[in-house]
Design a protein around this ligand. Structure first.
Ligand SMILES: [Zn+2]
Length: 136
């Protein structure tokens, strides 16, 4: 794997990739077990699903309407190829007739600018380090 985020974080990422259960990253659809087959997921160049683990979510804005709530956020995932990838997400919380409850519908896009600030990298490192203690 290419070393890219500084030695300490690279080692942390190597270790995290061994410990984390990576899952497919939803691009569009209900993020719920009932809808797993209807959900559209990100794919890699070779057609396989991009798998990852969410390591940082920053909520930028919340909008409340009468029937639903919208959350605008920036998500960083540690992906199965060892890189951190930044996404922008809009999550719609609305009532689902199929499940008879309110749950999130996600629209997620890969960010054009993949640059991570020092502050973001620091938070990611803290998150991963803290999660090791939970898993242990
Ligand atoms: Zn549902």
């Amino acid at each position: 794997m290419k070393k890219q985020y500084g030695r300490y974080l690279d080692e942390t990422i190597d270790f995290a990739l061994k410990l984390y259960q990576l899952h497919s990253i939803a691009k569009e659809g209900y993020d719920g077990f009932m809808h797993a087959s209807e959900c559209n997921y990100f794919r890699k160049g070779d057609g396989t699903y991009l798998r990852g683990y969410s390591v940082l979510t920053t909520v930028n804005h919340i909008e409340k309407k009468t029937e639903k709530k919208l959350t605008f956020s920036k998500d960083v995932y540690l992906t199965d190829n060892g890189t951190l990838q930044k996404f922008y997400s809009v999550t719609e919380w609305s009532y689902c007739d199929k499940c008879k409850r309110t749950h999130p519908y996600i629209h997620r896009e890969l960010a054009k600018d993949q640059t991570l600030s020092e502050n973001e990298l620091e938070k990611i490192e803290e998150f991963i380090t803290a999660s090791f203690n939970l898993i242990k």
